[in-house]
Design a protein. Structure first.
Length: 257
């Protein structure tokens, strides 16, 4: 299992101020969620895909993500096709299999894929360390909170390695769940969940001691290795994001679908 994570690069998206990038992506994401225009959402999907290609994102990461999105989309389309009751219909039955339900499921799937692509574009091109640093510099996030979040983000990939080690240990010891579904579930919780919980507590304790020992727990003014300022390219990105969001609102006002 591969986690969606930051991919190093030197593209335009990688160099944008992370705070500005987050504001722009969230603005467009809200417009996509609230819009009822096929044309607008499909256009945002195309623009996002093009930007990810320009940013030289690893194709294998997108392929793995797209596989699960296609499965989810097929389920949504099928459920809407079978069970969605068309507007104005007085007939009550178990399966409707309506054209309106099919189009509704297709529209919901397109919206979900676009939102996931937008958030993935941000994750793929934004280093968590740079993002937290920019938050502390640009919006005054407390260093105590910032460094705590950074430590938490750093521990997430470690859980993947811990799970692999636990599974490998089970194979060596030939541990296999037996019995009914409830017994197998208890086996997973005890043999996998409990060790992960203990490791998380130990890491949290060590991180807290390290933060205090390095003087990172107070809110005094401090310097940073990389200074994040809002430049011309950042303003261009933010302006384009706002314009795109306004276009989404206009498509709803003038019923452009």
């Amino acid at each position: 299992m591969k986690l969606i994570r930051y991919i190093e690069g030197q593209s335009y998206l990688h160099k944008i101020n992370p705070v500005i990038k987050a504001i722009g992506v969230m603005t467009v994401m809200i417009a996509v969620i609230t819009s009822s225009s096929w044309l607008f959402i499909f256009f945002v999907f195309l623009v996002t895909t093009l930007m990810m290609l320009v940013a030289d994102i690893d194709v294998s990461m997108v392929r793995g993500l797209l596989k699960w999105l296609i499965i989810l989309s097929l389920v949504i389309i099928l459920m809407n096709y079978l069970f969605y009751k068309p507007y104005g219909s007085d007939i009550s039955r178990f399966f409707y299999m309506s054209r309106e339900g099919f189009y509704r499921g297709l529209f919901i799937s397109l919206r979900i894929i676009t939102v996931v692509f937008l958030s993935s574009m941000f994750v793929f091109t934004t280093d968590p360390t740079d993002f937290i640093s920019a938050l502390m510099q640009n919006i005054g996030l407390s260093p105590r909170i910032g460094f705590s979040i950074l430590v938490a983000l750093r521990t997430i990939p470690m859980f993947e390695l811990d799970i692999e080690r636990i599974k490998a240990a089970h194979k060596v010891r030939r541990y296999k769940p037996e019995g009914n579904l409830w017994n197998r579930l208890k086996f997973r919780i005890i043999s996998v969940g409990l060790p992960l919980f203990v490791l998380a507590v130990l890491r949290a304790e060590r991180a807290a001691i390290a933060i205090v020992a390095r003087g990172l727990s107070d809110n005094r003014k401090r310097t940073f290795l990389r200074t994040w300022r809002v430049g011309i390219m950042d303003w261009i990105f933010l302006t384009v994001s706002f314009i795109l969001s306004i276009v989404g609102v206009l498509t709803d006002i003038f019923k452009i679908t």
